[in-house]
Write a protein that binds this ligand. Structure first.
Ligand SMILES: Nc1ncnc2c1ncn2[C@@H]1O[C@H](COP(=O)(O)OP(=O)(O)OP(=O)(O)O)[C@@H](O)[C@H]1O
Ligand SMILES: [Mg+2]
Length: 401
């Protein structure tokens, strides 16, 4: 009996037209908009806390640095942006001369850049140089601009980890004491997605920083399901996606990092696969397929960001025929591989620290335990990639070392 089964290897032809004329999407952008279509879900505690902390601004007092932290995709930026708007409109009603400013520190990685960004938000009509100012110049211009005591400025520093890691904590230190230096009242909210952010802050700054910390915990499976369902209503045509699919995605992402952004990305990946398969519904089986696609993309993206020696080390791990390998074996192979590339190898210690990086990046898993081939307890390196991804990764590594 002959029938054409739809296999993984069979690649169907798609066209732009078929992608656009689809029975799936209604408004895809809703999946990625910062503002939720019908308001925030499951963040009442955090919202209350922030409102309580920020309310003194409406009574004319400054509030010292409020620290907000939580894993990526837990709603920090979205909720704060929303609250800023609310606060602005309340301030207007109360005749408080409030200006709110927002700086994304991944784009402004040192104090000078941050101050220039703040200044240009305070005076949108004025041209500020993107480069060429010293820090002293930026500080003095900033202080001059804030010499008016009727102004209240709220500064949001988002993704602050970038500045702390690249330029130290000077900017926070200055912020924590700024109300001694200028006439205007300055309040600030500092957002970080690295829980170890405190490691980057010197004790002198920690002691003057505000003590308020608002924590955005990872979302649970049920919470993610609610968030997904809300967006799905607007993003897709009616009846396209069922509850079981949304629940499944919620479960998968809750088990990982409880990241709402990732959950939405997975739903979108399912939708794209459905379209490419000319289906009119997003079904349960597509979730698994989407997961594989995303995993592959993620691994391959990370690989391209590795340094040369990290690439060599990861290459030897991938080339090893066993799925579980001893750390010491890996180092030996790394030495050989370096020789074949005519490169001076790094120390074993450096190589070990790379293995820790790889674990953090999710490229490998590692644990200390009994390894039969070594007949002793040792660090085991485990690679959980399917062969297709592995081969592609090896090719990318070889081409780019
Ligand atoms: N509670 C929620 N209800 C509805 N949508 C949410 C909720 N939390 C997050 N989202 C949505 O998830 C996406 C990611 O949220 P957001 O950008 O605020 O995360 P974040 O915590 O700032 O992450 P990062 O640390 O990576 O900057 C946004 O589209 C946001 O609207
Ligand atoms: Mg954010």
């Amino acid at each position: 009996m002959e029938h054409r089964a739809e296999t993984e290897t069979e690649t169907r032809e798609i066209t732009f037209a078929s992608m656009i004329k689809n029975p799936i999407y209604n408004k895809r952008d809703v999946l990625y908009s910062l503002e939720p279509p019908t308001g925030f879900l499951h963040r009442v505690a955090q919202k209350n806390e922030l409102i309580m902390e920020l309310a003194p601004i409406l009574m004319g007092s400054a509030v010292s640095c409020i620290f907000v932290y939580g894993n990526p995709g837990t709603g920090k930026t979205a909720l704060i942006t929303d609250l800023m708007k609310e606060l602005e409109s309340e301030a207007e009603k109360k005749d408080v001369n409030l200006k709110t400013t927002y700086v994304n520190c991944s784009e402004n990685r040192n104090e000078t850049a941050i101050l220039i960004s703040l200044l240009s938000q305070l005076d949108p009509g004025k041209e500020y140089p993107k480069m060429g100012w010293t820090r002293a110049k930026a500080v003095s211009e900033f202080n001059k601009r804030l010499s008016d005591q009727n102004t209240h400025l709220l500064i949001i520093l988002d993704e602050v980890d970038y500045v702390l890691k690249e330029s130290g904590d000077d900017v926070l230190y200055r912020l924590s004491r700024i109300n001694n230096d200028v006439e205007a009242k300055i309040s600030s909210v500092i957002i970080s997605n690295d829980v170890r952010v405190a490691d980057y802050i010197k004790p002198r700054t920690q002691s003057t920083l505000g003590r308020v910390k608002v924590i955005f915990s990872p979302y649970s499976a049920d919470e993610l399901y609610d968030i997904l369902r809300e967006r799905a209503k607007f993003a897709f045509k009616p009846g396209v996606v069922g509850d079981a699919v949304l629940k499944k995605i919620g479960e998968i992402e809750a088990q990982r990092n409880g990241d709402a952004r990732k959950a939405m990305e997975m739903l979108d990946a399912c939708a794209k696969i459905a379209i490419s398969k000319k289906r009119s519904k997003i079904t349960f089986d597509l979730v698994e397929e989407a997961e594989k696609t995303l995993e592959r993309d993620q691994t391959l993206n990370i690989i391209s960001t590795l340094t040369q020696h990290q690439k060599i080390l990861y290459l030897v791990i991938l080339k090893h025929p066993d799925k579980i390998v001893a750390g010491s074996d890996i180092f030996k192979m790394y030495l050989e591989e370096c020789e074949s590339y005519n490169l001076k190898p790094l120390s074993e210690r450096r190589a070990r620290s790379f293995l820790i990086n790889f674990t953090e990046l999710g490229l490998i898993e590692s644990e200390v335990g009994w390894l039969e081939s070594q007949k002793k307890k040792t660090r085991k390196i485990i690679v959980n990639l399917d062969n297709a991804v592995k081969n592609k990764a090896i090719k990318i590594l070889r081409d780019s070392i």
